[in-house]
Design a protein around this ligand. Structure first.
Ligand SMILES: Nc1ncnc2c1ncn2[C@@H]1O[C@H](COP(=O)(O)OP(=O)(O)OP(=O)(O)O)[C@@H](O)[C@H]1O
Length: 472
């Protein structure tokens, strides 16, 4: 009814005299006041119904006491407020994990929706360029829902038609600053819809103690720490190869040692073996007893050990050919995990060219053919540039600890990882806050996950090694 086709009727022309500008009289559509009032009232009712529907608890908390106050006075309103608090309060303190998701986080989500996101939505969208202001009208992405977890707000957004997730990923800093969050992560919920994660606090700010030794022998994903949403960080080792990149002091050792720790019962029962290459002669030498005679520090010895691993791999491949396609760990054919601390010492920084080529060839062979026959590589390095590690892409799983430069993030985790919120270059260099904190990108999902590896102290390593020393 209020729509008008573009252009003005000829009768609207005021002047067509040569030498004077053509002037159009703007078309004014007189809308009766009652129509405007009805439209605004309908919008208000729809908004209230939607608000009650989406936030029943928050709406009840806001509306019930004020209604009772206006109808029956403050005494009854006080009773209505005090009784639920008295009932739910002790329950919430005793069972916070039950009460918080059901009541606490819902109230918080409503409050943050109203106070943070809805209030700032229009300016943040327009200024960041995600919304458009055309001819006095705003075209904004729709803010659909806010949910809260213990550490973050998750905002569901319907993008404008024609927008891509990358448009949002390119503006994570605008979004984080605009909504007062330390960072923002973007993931796709489904076509046209995004989830924006805004952390409220850092759940990984405190170091984690070493994970207890597993009770059962397993080579399955081993628990090595905790992810941001409080779940155990399970690292797959059998059936893959893992590259860990991090600047000096980023905590590479804690990932290597946590992985070894998770395999200790399997090593003990003969289902797994760790073959350790320690060219820096620092990290792995601490637990030599765990590795038996499969430990090398000198580059020539490392090359011999790698060649031996290749031979084991090829012998198995020959035996398994046509019989089985997957490796099942057994005492005869244990899972062999080749752990390399600072792989660049053996490849890029190795001055003996022949040795360097031998080592590179062995590593490339293991990473291309090893996983089906139960030989895996877990390698750590400081500098992820291509000229330092040419076989970077042969590792299916990669972990980025604190990195020095923003460009290194995509080198480790793949294109677009940093845009989606893997801010590995922003991890704190203070060991207490940032060591062991990492971003992971799994083969199955483009969205990076933030996690922290448990800290395996020298004492923990000594205890683990002592188990094997006694048996020797
Ligand atoms: N997961 C962790 N949680 C808390 N603190 C840690 C963790 N890992 C390491 N640290 C602390 O950070 C320091 C450096 O760790 P680490 O030596 O493992 O780093 P790195 O990446 O191996 O460094 P480099 O490459 O220089 O050997 C350790 O001495 C320890 O105090």
């Amino acid at each position: 009814m209020l729509k008008k086709l573009p252009g003005d009727p000829v009768s609207g022309l005021v002047s067509t005299t040569p030498d004077t500008a053509v002037v159009f009289r703007p078309a004014i559509v007189q809308t009766p006041a009652i129509v405007t009032i009805v439209i605004f009232a309908a919008r208000l009712v729809i908004g209230l119904v939607r608000s009650f529907w989406r936030h029943p608890i928050a709406s009840a908390v806001a509306v019930t006491p004020s209604t009772i106050f206006s109808l029956y006075g403050w005494r009854l309103a006080l009773v209505v407020v005090a009784v639920p608090i008295a009932l739910v309060g002790p329950w919430a303190i005793t069972y916070p994990k039950v009460v918080l998701p059901w009541i606490g986080y819902r109230l918080l989500a409503w409050w943050r929706l109203v106070w943070i996101y809805r209030r700032h939505w229009q300016p943040v969208m327009v200024v960041s360029g995600l919304g458009r202001h055309i001819k006095g009208r705003d075209y904004l992405p729709r803010l659909l829902r806010v949910t809260c977890t213990s550490w973050a707000d998750v905002v569901t957004v319907k993008m404008l038609d024609g927008q891509a997730a990358k448009d949002w990923a390119d503006r994570i800093e605008h979004l984080a600053h605009g909504f007062g969050a330390p960072s923002c992560r973007v993931s796709v919920e489904r076509a046209g819809r995004l989830l924006l994660t805004f952390p409220r606090r850092d759940p990984l700010a405190e170091p984690l103690p070493a994970v207890p030794l597993p009770e059962a022998a397993t080579v399955g994903p081993v628990e090595i720490g905790q992810t941001e949403d409080g779940k155990p960080w399970l690292l797959k080792l059998h059936g893959t190869h893992v590259l860990v990149a991090g600047a000096t002091g980023a905590g590479k050792g804690s990932i290597l040692w946590s992985a070894i720790r998770g395999l200790i019962p399997a090593i003990w029962t003969g289902l797994a073996e760790i073959w350790a290459l320690d060219p820096k002669l620092m990290e792995l030498s601490f637990g030599r007893a765990i590795f038996g005679n499969r430990y090398a520090a000198d580059p020539a010895d490392c090359a011999d050990l790698l060649d031996e691993a290749v031979m084991v791999m090829q012998e198995r491949a020959g035996r398994f050919a046509g019989v089985q396609r997957d490796h099942v760990p057994s005492v005869q054919d244990p899972f062999v995990l080749v752990v390399v601390d600072e792989i660049a010492f053996l490849t890029a920084y190795q001055s003996d060219r022949a040795l360097r080529q031998r080592i590179s060839a062995a590593l490339a062979t293991l990473t291309t053919q090893g996983r089906a026959v139960g030989v895996g590589v877990l390698a750590a390095l400081q500098d992820p540039r291509k000229d330092v590690i040419t076989i970077r892409n042969l590792f299916p799983d990669k972990i980025a600890l604190r990195l020095d430069e923003s460009e290194q993030v995509d080198m480790v985790l793949g294109d677009g990882a940093r845009d989606r919120g893997a801010l590995a270059d922003h991890i704190s260099p203070v060991p207490h806050q940032g060591a062991g904190v990492a971003y992971i990108r799994l083969e199955s999902s483009p969205d990076p996950i933030r996690a922290r590896a448990a800290y395996v102290s020298d004492e923990d390593i000594r205890d683990m090694a002592a188990l094997f020393e006694e048996a020797m």
